[in-house]
Design a protein around this ligand. Structure first.
Ligand code: SAH
Ligand code: SF4
Length: 358
């Protein structure tokens, strides 16, 4: 049966108060409910001990605390936890809890699948289903917080989907994470393939969040082959938008750079990358390719090759870090979040015309 109850997660405290309608002490109760949901990640009305029993029963009948159900939950040997979730149908998406020594981070999805069709990405190879609502986005954070002993202080939008194609709901979720959950905007990172008009739109929201660009090559001819989006917004255009984002927000920009053996890992591209970002306050995050079965047979470069690439950047004064792969045994890494229970890269419905799988 289709769920008809409205989910409270996804709404602000004011909206929750309004949803309580004529119930007694709606203002006080709404604040308590929002505090339980967002501040304490209590996602079961019956566990909200500061509410009278009658109200807990009433809420259980008329509302959902949050929209998500867990399909699978896996924990890796290095303490990464991955949830595969859905909201009652077969459209599953994934989120990952990443505990570090000094902080706990999480990686969440903005869409079910992705229409951008990047050639190296399991999500992209699987096609696109739909956008997630703000409640489904924040719900992922809260479900993961429920699993974590420590508070999750950092959120990255690097799961499934292209956040800029679902900007309204992503901005709604960012506001809820800031205003209701209480996270710092500085600890929120949105990663994009580089959809130029939306980069400007995000800059206008006046939220000092981090923006990461999945650049992956400074050369149009290489990027064109990897990422269909580059035909529409080539390297120079997207880099200008990133520089303008920095000017508008004051935030350093992050450049994500995927190292694919003999495709993007050449010394020539390291030099060109250094030239491209000269003068822009930025960090480069090097991501050795996580194996995905691609038509082109993409592979991960050897360690020495990665070191060489990084060395060239360092010589040019570029601040580069290398992403340490976590959760390998549960396929929790970037580009592998493809809803694997559907079978390897089961194609989704509704793939957009942007995807040209050759
Ligand atoms: N759509 C957004 C955010 C989600 S993807 C974007 O593309 O930026 C998060 C990151 O994972 C991106 O930088 C993406 O390029 C990277 N990624 C995709 N496939 C990968 C793979 N097979 N190995 C390593 N990183 C990958
Ligand atoms: Fe979509 Fe990002 Fe994967 Fe490209 S890399 S297909 S934009 S999720």
């Amino acid at each position: 049966m289709e769920e008809s109850r409205v989910s409270l997660v996804g709404h602000t405290t004011e909206e929750i108060i309004a949803l309580l309608g004529e119930r007694p002490q709606a203002k006080l109760r709404g604040k308590q409910i929002a505090g339980n949901l967002y501040k304490r990640a209590i996602l079961d009305f019956q566990q909200m001990m500061d509410l009278p029993q009658a109200l807990r029963d009433d809420l259980t009948t008329h509302f959902l605390p949050q929209p998500l159900q867990v399909a699978t939950h896996r924990t890796s040997t290095d303490k990464v936890q991955k949830l595969l979730v859905h909201n009652g149908d077969d459209q599953v998406f994934e989120c990952v809890l990443l505990p570090y020594e000094d902080r706990v981070s999480c990686c969440i999805s903005s869409q079910v699948g992705c229409p951008m069709g990047c050639r190296f990405c399991a999500t992209g190879l699987g096609g696109f289903d739909r956008n997630l609502s703000a409640g489904e986005i924040v719900g992922q954070y809260l479900m993961l917080q429920g699993l974590s002993e420590r508070r999750i202080s950092h959120v990255v939008f690097m799961g499934m989907g292209e956040p800029m194609l679902n900007l309204k709901n992503v901005v709604g979720a960012l506001r809820l994470l800031h205003d209701e959950v209480g996270l710092s905007y500085r600890h929120l990172t949105v990663s994009t393939v580089g959809i130029v008009p939306q980069i400007y739109e995000l800059a206008e929201e006046q939220m000092p969040i981090h923006l990461a660009l999945s650049l992956h090559s400074p050369l149009d001819e290489v990027r064109n082959r990897l990422m269909p989006v580059n035909h529409k917004w080539p390297v120079d255009e997207v880099m200008k938008a990133m520089r303008d984002y920095h000017k508008a927000t004051g935030r350093k920009i992050t450049i994500e750079y995927l190292l694919i053996k003999d495709v993007t890992d050449t010394p020539e591209q390291a030099m060109e990358l250094a030239r491209l970002i000269r003068g822009v306050p930025s960090v480069v995050n090097l991501i050795p390719f996580n194996w995905v079965d691609t038509e082109q047979g993409f592979a991960r470069p050897e360690r020495d090759r990665v070191r060489q690439f990084r060395g060239i950047l360092a010589n040019k004064g570029v601040n580069a870090t290398e992403r340490v792969e976590r959760g390998h045994d549960i396929a929790a890494a970037c580009g592998q979040l493809a809803g694997q229970h559907l079978g390897k890269f089961a194609r989704r419905s509704g793939t957009s015309p942007l995807v040209v799988l050759s």
